[in-house]
Design a protein around this ligand. Sequence first.
Ligand SMILES: [Zn+2]
Length: 474
Amino acid sequence: MPDVLIQNARVLDGGQLVPAEILIEDGKIKGIAKEFRISSYDELINAKNAVVIPAGIDGHVHFRDPGLTYKEDWYSGSCSAAAGGITTVLEHPNTIPPVIDKAGFSVKLKRAQKRSVIDFGINGGVTNNIDKLKEIWRLGISVFGEIFMAESTGGLNISNNMLGDALSEIGEMDALACIHAEDEALRLINEGILKNDTGIDVHSRIRPNECEEIAVHDCIRINKEAAVSSRLHFCHTSTPEAVSLIAKAQKEFSSAGAGNAGKITCEVAPHHLFLSTKDYARLGTLGKMNPPLRSSDDAAYMIRALNSGLINAVASDHAPHMQYEKDVPMRSAPSGVPGVETLMPLMLASVRKNMLSLERVVQVTSFNPARIFGLDRLGKGSMDEGYDADLLFFDPKNVVPIQSKNLHTRCDWTPYEGMDGIFPSMTLSRGDVIWDGYQVVAKKGRGQFLPGAGLQTDEDGKPITVFDDDDDEE
Ligand SMILES: [Zn+2]
């Protein structure tokens, strides 16, 4: 017997919205049809004419747990995701301790399993731990990175010299290397030149477009020269220069027709689509993140590139800091903005404004991220039969102003205050309602770990991961 029948929904079919019913069995999509004519099921959901799309997969969040849980933890972060229509996240390694070895991985996995209301993958850090990369890959990390080519939050950066060795090691495992591309040398030079500059946009001038362009160029070159080239994914690209270089390298790759080695993808963060340096006047230090805000022309280019397919995915780079921590001079303010809960609402509102089609939004927030990060093999990123019933319900007419007070992150502000959003009226994860439009109704710890392709199991098929029994919860 099916578990759930969803009636009065509308789904995408060949670019058009059509009336539909959705059947769910064992947490997976059983089928979608105009009408099923069945009368036995455990649960009936009346979608009330809502549009239903695959829930978002956010490939870039920093949930600050372990270590800085006053900013966010796995419960608050995952509740924020659920309320924003995200049911899968990849969490990045720059926590305290960082995920750079077995101990760091085990602490994070244990916490996430206890607290997360949504499914999650854990990324492995790459710094001076090249001898540990194979070990954390076997433990089940999703992908490597973000690999910081310049100084950023958490201090996990790597020199260009070591990057080649790391990429070669990652290439050997046929894993994915996610790159935070900013050139450290140019950043340092600009820090010096602009030492006494108090301009509101100084952070964007210390890390100009060229900073990203040089790093992307270097990274592609280093990867080509590596003993074994790795698959590369550039996180939060923010400039036309970087996107053009990546597009060129992608073209070379597809004409070479080789296997996975050297394949390149990239993503953009909502703040590089919907905000620009013009917003510094409104945001001040709240608009500080890495890579920094760009011109409004650059932001317009990024939307075009997302539409045209040059950019493959959107990810929030959710990086919460409290308002009091940001309330300091620009240079000492921490970098990062929250965004996991506003990613889908902003994207859906952009459909309303004809900036993107709904079909493209689904591709860049679910279908593509699932394939880039290897989550499709775990049932993520599609509404086809057999995939996880991870669903986002929304009313396309329900545009509301984004307000920090309505969000579920522990972070007490949003850079999108007052901007248009279309929030989900319901979110399902593996067939369970986890957000009912008013509150998170999911049990803490229901979220499942999504192991990477390198996970090693014992003879019984059980992951080899072992916990140190004595590491304590706070
Ligand atoms: Zn980053």
